[in-house]
Design a protein around this ligand. Sequence first.
Ligand code: HAM
Length: 420
Amino acid sequence: MANIKSLTGTQDLYDDGDMKNLSSKLFEVEKRIKDIFINYKFQEIRTPVLEDANLFIRSVGSSSDIVNKEIYSFNDRNDKALAMRPEGTASVIRSIIEKKLELSTHKLWYLGPMWRYERPQKGRYRQFNQAGIEILGIPEGFPEYEMISIICSIIQDFDLKNCVIKINHLGTKENKESFCQALVNFLEPFKKELNEKDQERLEKNPLRILDSKSSETQSILKNSPSIKDFIDESSIDLLNSLKNEFSDLCNIEIDHKLVRGLDYYSGFVFEAISSELGAQDSFLGGGRYDYLCSQLGGKEMPAIGMAIGLERFSEIVSLKNNQKKLVSFIIQTSNLEPKAYKIAHHLRSLNKDIVLDISLSEGSLKSKMRKANKNNADFAIILGEEELNNKSVVIKPLKDELKEQQAVSIDDLYSFYKAL
Ligand code: HAM
């Protein structure tokens, strides 16, 4: 029988402790990004990965690529149309409406897998992970600064080089619609010169043409109307102010062609891109979406948010291997295990900054020592029959050849471990 393989565009993430490996990096990135969110006083929200398919049709938009071509949807046994979430924002708003929490303010974070049926390539998966935040209930102003501040904190914390935060403003709903109409009027005469994908966008989602990768389309767009002529002075001022305030920390660029691929955006939008990523260069994106809550049947609630693509982010960070001290607890014979586990249990409670690895399999002292050295352990604690009879253990330094191994009492082992 043929082996069952993982699905196209999905991958197993396996931590081998080596920070050159994408999975190990991703797990570490998750921890550190989560800490940054918590330091900004965001609170966790965890929504189901399965939702009513209509949630995404009504939020992300029926003209978006995500809903049009990429959504993983199917009917359940009751013939209800479900979807694996392609993103987190719609679910967060659905949850807030369901709990009737639209009238208060919220700062929420989430982390988890998303699904989009895309053609897999470097940095583009069918199942990928996002870490996101949403600030709910506060109109344009302070939250925009908080968003850029948190992005700069993340970029600085990971010491990312070669990245740019692109920002733009789509104005009000009316501004966005007038601009969209002006763009369509401008492009109609060039319709035949556009490639098939851009012709389809012209019909269904004209703003996305601004993102086109085709050089012909981009050369036509050189003289196209610009969003900056359709939005208020105050929107331009906001972009300039954000750029001025944060440019000493991060590279910020105003890009009036940035539109974002999801329909719910209005107002301030942004994306962070890295030149180290290749074609799929955006590792983070977001913006304001003041109308989504009422569009989904809730009360009006201004909102802004962003999500980081963790696989792409992990691709561009360099991390050091775990800096914590490692101690290998080596048990010489299996009849000693119960006692050894009790000692190890106590040791772990004495010093949480140390990783204690207890050997779980049979084997010679030599092979266990080889493994401890391979794992780059700092010390080995060796427990044998003779030691246990004398209520002692041997501590062997593995990184300092000048230091001799020593037999110590169990109580002295505890003091030694605590002080490490
Ligand atoms: P998005 O731009 O669709 O926004 O996705 C955010 C990030 O997820 C992207 O910048 C990218 O790094 C990553 N990403 C998207 N698709 C894939 C894929 N197929 N494979 C790997 N990574 C991918 C959103 O999802 C919005 N919900 C963000 C937001 C939150 N806006 C307001 N609040």
